[in-house]
Design a protein around this ligand. Structure first.
Ligand code: CA
Length: 225
């Protein structure tokens, strides 16, 4: 299960990331509405956890943009205010459920289970691009049936790229998602890890999947189609 948390409060976002990861979810975090909407539209998630008060673009705008684009990913809205009109507005805009802050983690999990049960058919737990296959649950990846021996960070990096296949991801975004922190000053770390990942994923195979987009970042896609 892949979850995108759109939440600007650092403490709350890292609490959600940690707690949900411990429950076996794969968690991406966006710290503002703009980045959140971008990820939600271009990458695949089973669930969005969306805060309302967000910089750049608030949660309402994110939600109405998504639904306007016919994106039906289940959305659980987090609201700090227990106002009836907020609840109504959220459901009107196409949220699947909402939760008032502060909430107990167990309550969040219960809501997530309900939303996912109600939602559209679950996405497969396997990501595939060309002959690359990623088993998200077992944390395994392979190409042409050959198992790739990846470290946990390499696996996280590869599954992020595959989840957003065809979408160019910036070094900063990759650093935030894979290392859970801001590497603005040293995105070199990303380059080093991409190089190591390529050595395992691409070098032994004729078809290259990880591509550098100069001055921007990296994209995983099958260009030999
Ligand atoms: Ca907020």
């Amino acid at each position: 299960m892949k979850v995108l948390v759109i939440e600007d409060e650092v403490k709350s976002a890292s609490y959600l990331r940690k707690g949900l990861s411990e429950q076996g979810f794969i968690v991406d975090v966006a710290a503002d509405g703009e980045e959140g909407l971008h990820l939600a539209r271009h990458c695949r998630y089973d669930l969005l956890i969306l805060d309302i008060m967000l910089p750049k673009q608030d949660g309402w705008a994110v939600l109405s943009d998504l639904r306007g684009a016919r994106n039906q990913t289940p959305v659980l809205v987090l609201t700090a205010r227990d106002a009836v009109q907020d609840r109504v507005k959220g459901l009107d805009l196409g949220a699947d459920d909402y939760l008032v802050k502060p909430f107990a983690f167990s309550e969040l999990l219960a809501r997530i289970r309900t939303v996912l049960r109600r939602g559209p058919a679950r996405q497969a737990e396997t990501l595939a691009v060309a002959d690359l296959e990623i088993d998200v649950v077992r944390q395994r990846a392979g190409r042409s049936g050959k198992r790739l021996d990846l470290t946990p960070k390499e696996f996280r990096l590869l599954s992020l790229l595959a989840r957003c296949a065809g979408e160019v991801l910036s070094r900063t975004l990759i650093a935030e998602q894979v290392w859970d922190m801001n590497f603005d000053s040293d995105t070199n770390v990303v380059d080093v890890h991409v190089r190591r990942l390529r050595a395992k994923v691409d070098d032994p195979f004729p078809r290259k999947l990880i591509h550098t987009v100069r001055g921007v970042g990296y994209v995983l896609e099958d260009r030999d189609k």
